[in-house]
Design a protein around this ligand. Structure first.
Ligand SMILES: Nc1nc2c(ncn2[C@@H]2O[C@H](COP(=O)(O)OP(=O)(O)OP(=O)(O)O)[C@@H](O)[C@H]2O)c(=O)[nH]1
Ligand SMILES: [Mg+2]
Length: 411
């Protein structure tokens, strides 16, 4: 099959990038907001009742001095100004000193982090509510569903939920503050933690590696390997590296010509043999060429192959054995979602990959593969393909992706 050559001239619009992901998250934000709203109204009711009780009982009552412990916080004085006058009677200055025996009694009680005492303090003096594990059941379920429906792989979705939950439990929420922000910030932190885990700085890698750096691109058919090679070549040339291309796809008719068109466009040497030749031999030759001509980087193309094709997977292992690449890059398309993640896992089992490139991110509404692939393979995402032109390549940075997933920036 001869591919229509190099439609690489029109950038795709980035509209709709991760739009489904953003949509799905609204369920989580709403669930958390309504839970907080519920707690706030309960807190206000409780505060009202407390006020009445205090009014009735007067300031010297022991029960009250226990329930509303002398608050140590500096801001209590300021908050008290906004409170009913009855509360000022329970302020630290007017509270009677507690006897040593009573102190001992209070200290010997097991410290429950979210005890009524603490809640009361929080609710009445600081005007805050505390989120507890049980409050988060519904929002966490909504979050897990949103992630799964966005094609985030199950173990990754579970990890994100764990991170968000541990961040939110015990969190004090100021009454009247923006409830959406708390959900956003928590999820943003969780995504950043997960996406930063296997980070590799590609620029630093190339800079410090002995030359020529040999990079092999592998993946299933039509995912964007050859296009990504041309994009990465241009990216490296912009940093003044010299690059050689190896036409290691000797399998598909038209594949060598396709790479040659890129070579001509970019002014690069393409080392090639005939269609049907041994890909390991072509790539080996290109490395020899790079050594002889002091080139910095060899970017080697390979034929697309399904991980289920035993012969082609054997051939890939042979290429790796013979050419000993410094970096094996798995290329797949973001729009393939969980399939891309699963394929990455299987390729990585066959020949340990060094990292991934996710292409066609510009057409990906879900974002799941971009979130999951590094976590599942344990290898970093190096670049994202964001369109069909040469500059449509973004070096992977966790913050960049999170900004787009959370809707704060467009690609
Ligand atoms: N929108 C978009 N299209 C892309 C991107 N990367 C590649 N493509 C397009 O995807 C199609 C396939 O790209 P190729 O580079 O030929 O894919 P390949 O993996 O080399 O394909 P085989 O050699 O057949 O395995 C082409 O039409 C590319 O222009 C991208 O990031 N965004
Ligand atoms: Mg190709």
């Amino acid at each position: 099959m001869k591919r229509a050559l190099i439609s690489i001239s029109t950038a795709q619009g980035a509209k709709g990038l991760f739009s489904r992901f953003k949509e799905k998250l609204s369920g989580f934000k709403e669930a958390l907001s309504s839970k907080i709203a519920e707690k706030v109204s309960l807190a206000e009711k409780m505060a009202g009742k407390k006020d009445e009780k205090l009014e009735k009982n007067g300031k010297g009552q022991e029960a009250n001095s226990k329930a509303i412990s002398p608050p140590a916080e500096k801001n209590v004085g300021q908050n008290i100004g906004q409170k009913p006058s009855s509360l000022s009677s329970a302020s630290p200055s007017s509270a009677p000193p507690t006897s040593p025996a009573k102190n001992g009694e209070a200290n010997s009680k097991p410290k429950n982090r979210f005890s009524f005492l603490e809640k009361a303090k929080s609710l009445i003096f600081e005007q805050e509510v505390i989120l507890e594990e049980k409050d988060l059941e519904e929002p966490m379920w909504a979050l897990e569903m949103a992630l799964m429906e966005s094609d985030v792989a199950l173990p990754v979705a579970e990890e994100i939920v764990r991170e968000v939950k541990s961040d939110l439990v015990g969190k004090k929420k100021k009454i009247g503050a923006d409830t959406g922000a708390i959900a956003e910030q928590s999820l943003r932190n969780a995504l950043l933690t997960i996406l930063s885990r296997n980070y590799l700085d590609f620029d630093e890698y190339i800079k410090t590696k002995e030359k020529p750096v040999k990079i092999l691109f592998v993946g299933v058919n039509g995912t964007g390997k050859t296009t990504s090679i041309a994009k990465v070549a241009r990216y490296l040339m912009n940093q003044s590296y010299s690059v050689v291309l190896a036409a290691g796809d000797t399998f598909r008719a038209g594949a060598i010509e396709q790479l040659e068109v890129h070579g001509n466009n970019l002014g690069l040497k393409v080392v090639k043999h005939k269609t049907g030749g041994d890909p390991a031999a072509v790539i080996f030759d290109s490395i020899e060429y790079a050594k002889a001509h002091n080139k910095d980087v060899v970017l080697a193309d390979t034929a697309g192959r399904l991980h289920t094709n035993i012969n082609l997977m054997d051939q890939m292992r042979k290429i790796v054995r013979v050419t000993k690449p410094d970096l094996l890059i798995f290329v797949d398309e973001a729009i393939a979602g969980n399939d891309a993640v699963e394929r990455a896992r299987l390729f990585n089992e066959s020949v340990p990959i060094g990292g991934s490139i996710l292409t066609k991110t510009d057409a990906d509404a879900k974002g799941g593969s971009a979130i999951s692939i590094a976590y599942i393979t344990g290898k970093p995402v190096l670049f994202l393909g964001v369109g069909q032109t040469y500059p449509d390549l973004v070096k992977f940075e966790p913050g960049w992706l999170v900004d787009r997933l959370m809707g704060e920036a467009e690609a």
